[in-house]
Design a protein around this ligand. Structure first.
Ligand SMILES: [Zn+2]
Length: 263
């Protein structure tokens, strides 16, 4: 095998599935090559030395060989396995959710260093016991939406562009963010119809969304959020995300069931 066919990347394992007799097909997020898929040969064999280094959510250093359909992982070394998060089922559920969001929103083969750093930072934060995982997830959603080109409009009306006033406003995934009360009443010129998915957004929920969109995690992490605002932001974000992905997320169902069973 010639050296030109080999390359090194650092990667986070987003997804893995069985492939062939004993292999795994991995979906990886890398800083320079964006999302890519590669085969870990023999990774399902009990004797495999590679398998531990290509577990889900592991930050790993890989040596890959160019392949015909998928590239082949020839060496793997763990940089961080985020062990503390793996001891807590709820945090594992959140890690699934973050990885699934990244997988669904990012295209294969397009560099997205910001998203890589975001996910790496989020997995590290999830491993810290003081981190509130729901707050982290909401922060992550807003940042990822921005990096993927779906930043919701929160400061100006998504329809008329006027600054949003501190009254009761509306939120619409279809319009791309917040609508003022006036625009809720006005049919959109280009479609000659009203947005169909506008929901009331409280001032507290709007403030929280704006805060999450414009602050760094180090500032956000200490925030104490009223339960009602948090619940509304969670629901609005889920609506916004599923609208733009045009599909439901498996991990959301998992988290919901988990929450139900924990009570
Ligand atoms: Zn407006």
């Amino acid at each position: 095998m010639s050296r030109e066919r080999l390359y090194r990347v650092q990667a986070i394992v987003l997804k893995r599935s069985d492939w062939g007799e004993a292999d795994r097909l991995l979906t990886l997020l890398t800083p320079d090559r964006g999302k890519l898929r590669a085969i870990a040969k023999g990774a399902r064999k009990p004797s495999s030395r590679k398998s531990g280094h290509v577990e889900l959510f592991t930050h790993t250093h890989l040596l890959l060989a160019k392949g015909k359909h998928f590239d082949i992982i020839t060496q793997a070394d763990t940089l961080d396995a985020f062990l503390p998060l793996r001891e807590n089922l709820e945090r594992v559920g959140y890690a699934y959710y973050l990885a699934e969001l990244v997988d669904k929103f990012l295209e294969e083969g397009t560099e997205n260093r910001a998203s890589f750093n975001l996910l790496l930072g989020a997995l590290a934060a999830l491993s810290e016991p003081t981190t509130a995982p729901d707050l982290l997830a909401r922060f992550f959603e807003l940042r990822l939406l921005q990096y993927a080109g779906y930043r919701p409009q929160l400061f100006h009306c998504a329809q008329c562009g006027k600054p949003i006033q501190p009254t009761e406003n509306y939120f619409s995934a279809e319009a791309g963010g917040v609508l003022d009360p006036e625009c809720l009443q006005t049919p959109r010129a280009h479609l000659a119809e009203h947005v169909y998915d506008a929901q009331v957004i409280s001032l507290d929920a709007l403030k929280l969304l704006r805060y999450l969109q414009t602050r760094e995690w180090e500032t956000v992490r200490g925030l104490r959020v009223p339960g009602a605002a948090m619940a509304q932001v969670e629901a609005l974000m889920l609506h916004y995300i599923t609208h733009h992905l045009e599909r439901n997320l498996k991990s959301v169902e998992f988290l919901r069931k988990l929450r139900f069973s924990i009570g």
